[in-house]
Design a protein around this ligand. Structure first.
Ligand code: NAD
Length: 295
């Protein structure tokens, strides 16, 4: 069993760290928020007072932080992870961040003699709690093989996507598909409303036709057809519109720099920006159907 430092014990990191504890690892956790840290203590984790402390005397560090700036600060800042970790410690960052930020931190880690992978996830808070996340991993082969047994305690599907930053590349490509497909499904329900077509009827037909997709059949944005979707609980998240906007912006940012043509990705980012600016940052991202319905 490994000694692990876990940094960022929020909606995702909390249950992920809990699964590492359940698997028998010795886990030290750190979060700026006292409430998150207290929840971690309740499930048998050891709470420490700084990111550097979490990184000292462990075999591996896992981080699950909001954005790239947090990851850069926590790893490369004074008294941070790179400074405090013993040589050879494995770093696993599972936050969704800019591809270039991931590459920057991985290079700083390599310079200090540490192995690092970016390992963002898909599967949401439900997947984090159930230990069924999908991990998309960027980094050297050896680092991936070292990370795998740790990731297997938190996820079901672990894919090596290539070198440093390629986990993040896979994540933003996936979430660009998700943002665009959620808008497509939402527009179809809004059009059905105008044409007098019942939501359940559209669902029964499209879910068995060529319009079938995850945004329709697993995460249906209107109440009724999929009882577990956020639409049935007033669009309580789940995955917030602010996070979807963050990921779409990350995709647009790298698409521009790489010269990729992503017109629907750009439009999806624009629509989510409008939705978030309308006061819906903390609402589940499937709630965008309400804006498209003109509600
Ligand atoms: P969250 O806001 O619930 O948790 C982030 C935690 O990091 C918070 O508890 C915060 O206090 C802590 N934190 C911030 N700065 C810190 C610092 N300097 N040191 C220590 N702790 C710090 O967010 P989340 O939903 O857990 O998301 C985390 C990451 O996972 C994000 O990058 C997000 O895009 C990604 N993600 C989220 C979901 C989801 O469904 N929520 C799904 C896939 C990926």
């Amino acid at each position: 069993m490994a000694r692990i430092g876990f940094i960022g014990l929020g909606n995702m990191g909390g249950p992920m760290a809990a699964n590492l504890v359940k698997a028998g690892h010795t886990v030290k956790g750190y979060d700026l928020s006292e409430a998150s840290a207290a929840r971690f203590a309740e499930i048998g984790g050891t709470v420490v007072g700084s990111a550097g402390e979490a990184a000292a005397d462990v075999d591996a560090v896992v981080s699950m932080l909001p954005e790239g700036a947090h990851v850069i600060a926590v790893y490369t800042g004074p008294g941070g992870v790179i400074e405090r970790a013993a040589p050879g410690t494995l770093f696993i960052d599972s936050s969704t961040i800019h591809v270039e930020a991931a590459r920057q931190v991985a290079a700083a880690a390599a310079k200090a003699g540490m192995a690092m992978v970016d390992a963002p996830v898909s599967g949401g808070t439900g997947g984090a709690a159930a230990g069924t996340l999908t991990f998309m991993v960027g980094g050297a082969d050896e680092a991936f093989e070292r990370a795998r047994p740790i990731l297997e305690c938190m996820g079901k599907t672990i894919v090596h996507a290539g070198g440093a930053g390629n986990g993040q590349a896979a994540k933003i490509c996936n979430n660009m598909i998700l943002g665009i497909s959620m808008i497509a499904v939402s527009e179809a329900f809004a059009l059905a409303d105008k044409l007098g077509l019942d939501h359940q009827k559209l669902f029964d037909i499209a879910s068995k036709s060529s319009g079938q997709c995850w945004s329709l059949t697993t995460y249906c944005p209107v109440p009724g057809p999929v009882p577990t979707s956020p639409a049935n609980r007033g669009y309580a998240p789940g995955f917030t519109a602010a996070m979807m906007l963050k990921d779409l912006k990350l995709a647009q940012d790298v698409a521009g720099a790489a010269g990729a043509v992503t017109p629907l990705g750009a439009e999806a980012a624009q629509l989510y920006r409008l939705y978030v600016q309308g006061g819906h940052a903390g609402v589940d991202f499937s709630g965008i159907v309400r804006m498209l319905q003109g509600a």
